[in-house]
Design a protein around this ligand. Structure first.
Ligand code: ADP
Ligand code: MG
Length: 379
């Protein structure tokens, strides 16, 4: 029998259903966030016989274009959240910067996977790194920084170069200041001070990595886990440019990276997907950089070159279905199309080894993720 902690509101009868019986065809997956990750999740859900209901603040977002069920509302709108909870059978998210309160509010009404606690950890770089430390997983050397003087003290301790980051809401390199040999520390602090006042900041020593990799791990409601092969990520201007599948690392490093991902999924109590970005050093250390509890840009290759795409895997995981095989069918290179690059990628339509995906965004702002191509390396 399900028991409730005193003082917690009772769950709706829907949430009392045994979690291990899979969602029936026609059930509705609620997705917080309207971007391309939500769009591709909704398409995968449709393929498995489910509906999707998108909740996001913006009208005509990429995900809302592929389903008729949408709630266009602020993430803190309690009435809209309650209506959304009534309309769906399970909730997931396609980006991790939804206010925690939204996930927490929904979790009282309907199953939310990954759970709000996973979101809370992944939303904050300090909590994320503390969590890795508690799970005995190596990360970059790091410390919380509470003010300009603290920054001076920590930089003296860590040595230069290092990187100052806001603890929350950073993405694609935003909210980061590189501290080089001649960087003025008071000026560096001033750049993050406002964001740090509410969420804190973290100093990391600079990792002279050989390459960056990521591993996506899925964990089902029954605790089964599957990992995708480690892939290699190349960034331009701090935004993912290309993903090379598989990563050019030794079998030993690949095993280590997959082992870390499986371990973190277990320790965090995951249901759904967790993407883990890691640095590989010249001496083959694998250090966790950051985690995202959702599909990941570096997993887009799985749409065309894996038995089960990361989006299908997410839906399977949270619907209580068995996980699919994550095996890679071919090697591949995924290239993000930013801004005007999408219009320039037309040749991909006629290349038998290339698949072009577009996200339905009209305005090609510089740096905006408009689509991607996956080049299949068939031997
Ligand atoms: N401590 C570090 N040492 C070396 N490079 C770093 C470090 N932290 C971040 N970077 C570089 O900046 C990129 C973006 O940083 P990341 O922490 O992943 O933030 P986000 O992806 O949220 O912007 C990383 O992929 C990496 O290339
Ligand atoms: Mg990153």
């Amino acid at each position: 029998m399900t028991r409730f902690a005193p003082g917690k509101p009772a769950r709706s009868p829907k949430a009392l259903m045994p979690t291990l019986s899979p969602l029936s065809p026609g059930a509705t997956i609620g997705i917080l966030g309207g971007g391309q990750l939500g769009r591709m999740t909704a398409l995968a859900a449709a393929q498995l016989g489910y509906r999707s209901h998108i909740y996001c603040p913006e009208a005509d977002a990429p995900a809302t274009q592929v389903t008729s069920l949408t709630s266009i509302a602020d993430y803190r709108d309690e009435a809209a959240l309650a209506d959304f909870a009534k309309a769906v059978d399970v909730v997931t998210y396609e980006f991790e910067n939804v206010p925690f309160i939204a996930a927490e509010t929904l979790a009282r009404l309907v199953p939310v996977h990954p759970g709000p606690e996973v979101l809370r950890i992944c939303q904050n770089r300090l909590r994320e790194k503390d969590f890795c430390r508690s799970a005995d997983v190596p990360t970059t050397r790091f410390a919380a920084v509470r003010g300009a003087q603290d920054l001076h003290d920590r930089v003296a301790e860590f040595g230069r170069p290092c990187v100052l980051k806001t603890a929350e809401l950073g993405y694609d390199g935003k909210g980061q200041v590189a501290i080089e040999r001649d960087t003025d520390l008071d000026a560096a602090w001033a750049k993050v001070a406002e964001a740090a006042a509410t969420a804190g900041a973290v100093l990391e020593s600079f990792v002279d990595f050989r390459l960056e990799i990521s591993v996506i791990v899925a964990r089902g409601l029954d605790g089964a886990r599957q990992t995708y092969v480690p892939v290699e990520n190349q960034h331009k201007n701090h935004i993912l440019d290309q993903t090379i599948v598989p990563a050019r690392v030794s079998e030993k490093v690949a095993d280590k990276a997959e082992g870390i991902a499986r371990h973190l999924a277990e320790e965090i109590g995951l249901a759904g997907l967790l993407a883990i970005e890691m640095f590989v050093t010249a001496d083959s250390q694998v250090l966790v950089n950051e985690m995202a509890p959702r599909p990941h840009n570096s997993g887009h290759w799985t749409l065309d070159a894996a038995v089960t795409s990361q989006f299908e895997q997410l839906v399977r995981a949270i619907a209580g279905l068995p996980l699919g095989a994550p095996d890679r069918l071919t090697d591949a290179v995924m290239k993000n199309l930013l801004g005007e690059e999408a219009a320039a990628a037309q040749a991909a339509w006629s290349d038998p080894n290339e698949k072009l995906h577009l996200y339905g965004k009209v305005e090609a702002r510089p740096g905006r993720k408009m689509g991607h191509t996956t080049k299949l390396i068939r031997r």
